[in-house]
Design a protein around this ligand. Structure first.
Ligand SMILES: Nc1ncnc2c1ncn2[C@@H]1O[C@H](COP(=O)(O)OP(=O)(O)OP(=O)(O)O)[C@@H](O)[C@H]1O
Ligand SMILES: [Mg+2]
Length: 304
């Protein structure tokens, strides 16, 4: 840990609120976010870690945003943050492992989860974000996220000024401090295959205790970019097998995730594999844009 990290920690503790960790892929965002959240939780009552990276998530399964609460005194050596489903208090299904095509649910989910963190008593929220920072679309998304969430601290991990196009329009924003930090020399890139392997591991862990569950389409709302399910032909229905689905409550928070097994609009039935139990709170099924294969690899899927 560099002295800059300790100085940053001191600044954040002096001015509590939301800390947004920004950086390109492999820049060490999650390492820094975990450092901050575990240190802060040694001294504060309730600290929130908002895992806003639905591709290389630290908490829970990918394709969702996950909010964890760390209660004082959190002991990081006994309770590592990785895959700590027990710490997750709220989840928001995105249905994709990358932001492209999913900006709206990403913004809505981040906003809802930061509000939820505060409602649950977290004075400090550390937000770990995706590495999507290059190009016009990424700049626009990051700008809108920061504008919407109004963090007290924006931490920018950069190699050589690559985040400046995002940072400069935000310079001088009232109530927000920008902290520019270099990427740590030990930050190591992951190959695409390693990134896929991380996701596959997390899906397989999450779905370990899955069971087949059936829902009546008269009683449950199915939403997503797809056309109304009633219009699906039998071949289109068969093609949905393996699709990732969010099992959401009446407030559209995600109680669990499922893998679509069978859809029969004529019989008004949808069945999916899920570890979620009980299912009584599920009101909305949100269709994702990923399919999982038998090796837990995820593949983009486009709705009809
Ligand atoms: N300060 C550090 N000291 C030692 N190792 C580090 C440090 N920062 C990052 N690393 C290593 O570099 C790799 C990438 O770091 P990390 O996962 O934190 O980056 P990230 O920006 O969150 O990446 P991603 O874009 O995949 O989410 C990891 O293997 C991590 O252990
Ligand atoms: Mg990360």
């Amino acid at each position: 840990m560099t002295s800059q990290w300790w100085e940053l920690l001191e600044q954040i503790e002096r001015h509590p609120g939301l800390t947004f960790v920004l950086g390109a892929a492999h820049s060490g965002k999650s390492t820094l976010a975990k450092f901050l959240v575990t240190r802060i939780s040694q001294r504060r009552h309730v600290t929130a870690y908002l895992d806003g990276d639905m591709g290389q998530s630290t908490l829970g399964p990918p394709a969702a945003l996950n909010l964890a609460l760390l209660q004082y005194p959190f002991e990081p050596t006994r309770e590592p943050l990785e895959n700590k489903d027990a710490l997750v208090v709220a989840r928001y299904f995105i249905g994709s492992n990358a932001p492209g095509g999913h900006f709206l649910p990403l913004l809505v989910g981040l906003r809802k989860l930061t509000q939820r963190a505060r409602q649950l008593g977290a004075e400090m929220v550390i937000l770990d974000s995706t590495g999507f920072v290059s190009g016009g679309a990424a700049r626009e998304l990051k700008f809108q996220k920061i504008d919407l969430l109004s963090p007290q601290h924006l931490v920018a991990l950069q190699h050589a000024g690559e985040l400046e196009p995002i940072l400069q329009p935000l310079e001088g924003r009232p109530g927000m401090r920008i902290h520019r930090l270099p990427v740590h020399p030990l930050a190591r890139p992951k190959t695409l295959e390693e990134r896929q392997a991380n996701r596959s591991h997390k899906y397989s862990e999450y779905f370990r205790g899955r069971r087949l569950a059936g829902f009546n389409l008269q009683k449950i709302r199915v939403i997503g970019n797809a056309s109304p399910l009633e219009t699906y032909s039998s071949s289109a229905c068969a093609d949905l097998k393996g699709l990732l689905v969010g099992l959401n409550d009446a407030e559209n928070f995600t109680l669990g995730m499922g893998i679509l097994s069978h859809l029969d609009p004529r019989k008004g039935k949808i069945t999916l594999w899920t570890p979620l139990s009980p299912l009584s709170g599920v009101r909305i099924l949100r269709l994702g844009a990923l399919k999982l294969d038998s090796s837990w690899r995820d593949h983009s899927w486009r709705p009809y």
